[in-house]
Design a protein around this ligand. Structure first.
Ligand SMILES: Nc1ncnc2c1ncn2[C@@H]1O[C@H](COP(=O)(O)OP(=O)(O)OP(=O)(O)O)[C@@H](O)[C@H]1O
Ligand SMILES: [Mg+2]
Length: 170
């Protein structure tokens, strides 16, 4: 399993959910437990368990070990202190949390500081600069400014490998 919580961030229709589903599908193929919080029950993820109830998601995650956790539209609950466990202690239980969110204003500082990896789709330059600053990698903002359709900047805090534009082939 990839190490470190992943922030999947970008404007609407940029491709966040498509990437997240593809990553979840990879975990399932590897036989890794995949737990998903999806507010829209009509959308089916490739996963072991899916719920639209944030408290149930948290409860199941707390009773599980070494799973991939995905929270769709995390901005809805990400500022609730009860959920800070996902960013902090969940890694001690072997979980990797995938935080999916649109607007910069929705991303709480706890998410920005605890995501070791970033998939940054097109966002405004102010937002891109804040992520770039947070990761100490100015290229994140430079690359974001000339993002191709459905492209995203893949980055990690160790800068190894350095930020790179990627695009999922459908
Ligand atoms: N790599 C890609 N290549 C071609 N089309 C893509 C790609 N990624 C996503 N799309 C298409 O773009 C549309 C939006 O994608 P998606 O739902 O993943 O965006 P999103 O960022 O999750 O949007 P929202 O914030 O509104 O949930 C979908 O119709 C999807 O099929
Ligand atoms: Mg989406």
């Amino acid at each position: 399993m990839r190490k470190g919580h992943l922030g999947i961030i970008g404007m609407t229709e940029s491709g966040k959910s498509t990437l997240a589903h593809s990553i979840a599908s990879g975990y399932m193929e590897e036989g890794i437990g995949t737990i998903v919080l999806e507010p829209r029950a009509s959308i089916k993820w490739p996963c072991s368990l899916q719920t639209d109830d944030p408290l149930e998601f948290l409860d199941i995650a707390k009773r599980s070990r070494s799973c991939a956790l995905f929270a769709e539209e995390s901005g809805r609950f990400g500022r609730d202190p009860a959920f800070s466990w996902l960013f902090t202690e969940s890694r001690q239980e072997g979980h990797v949390f995938h935080y999916i969110s649109q607007y910069h204003a929705q991303v709480p500082p706890i998410a920005r500081t605890n995501c070791l990896r970033l998939a940054l789709f097109l966002v405004g330059q102010r937002s891109a600069k804040e992520w770039a600053e947070d990761f100490g990698q100015p290229e994140i903002a430079t690359l974001n400014a000339r993002m191709p359709p459905f492209g995203f900047v893949s980055a990690n805090r160790r800068n190894d490998p350095p930020p790179k534009v990627k695009k999922l082939k459908l």
